[in-house]
Design a protein around this ligand. Sequence first.
Ligand SMILES: Nc1nc2c(ncn2[C@@H]2O[C@H](COP(=O)(O)OP(=O)(O)OP(=O)(O)O)[C@@H](O)[C@H]2O)c(=O)[nH]1
Ligand SMILES: [Zn+2]
Length: 223
Amino acid sequence: MANQTPLEDSPDTAAGEPAIRLVASCKLPTEWGVFTLHGFEEAATGREHVALTMGDLGDGTPVLARLHSECLTGDALFSLRCDCGPQLEAALAAIAAEGRGMLLYLRQEGRGIGLLNKIRAYRLQDEGADTVEANLRLGLAPDLRKYDIAAEMLVQLGVRALRLMTNNPRKIRALEKAGIEIAERVPLQIEPNPHNAGYLRTKRQRLGHLLAASGLQPDETAP
Ligand SMILES: Nc1nc2c(ncn2[C@@H]2O[C@H](COP(=O)(O)OP(=O)(O)OP(=O)(O)O)[C@@H](O)[C@H]2O)c(=O)[nH]1
Ligand SMILES: [Zn+2]
């Protein structure tokens, strides 16, 4: 069986030690504005996550937020197979436009299956499988992500209520279960391209994403 990257389930470690700790923060100027970058480390695994914040987050009013799971191909390598890169940019632009908000960049690549398994899954998608079926054919669940660690990062940054930019109801449910209030869902729908329209359609039909159907064509493997 392919290598599966296990994800930590709970923010509680032995002896009540925090599951994740803030290690260092710095300024991060971007093309949309100057954010503060906070680096975190998971106690159990050493996995590193970051949060980008802007403005005063501690006044108790819900914070415009994005929880973005790592997608090396879409975020850094310009892949058109998914909507991750444009969502990342749109979220940072929206936060900067408000002058207040946060983006958590969570190192759970490939919906938690890891980079190499995602490449294996893409290979199966090249051969006709959809994004859910590809995971299943590798013996992996369609979505292995957890949000307990993210909830703990929010709390450590003084945030307990969000206006969450997402189309993913599972993300909302998981955060609510972890004690975070979702005051509002802010849709984050990107204009599809010929390479990701089938992927987005599968997300809507098989993963329950709240996406408008228009423009989502069935061909996930368009060249
Ligand atoms: N296994 C697998 N993972 C994928 C595929 N395409 C994208 N991903 C991963 O899907 C994840 C996308 O995460 P998010 O941007 O948080 O989006 P989401 O949970 O789908 O929902 P939104 O908040 O609505 O964007 C990233 O970890 C990507 O690496 C794929 O075909 N297979
Ligand atoms: Zn992606």
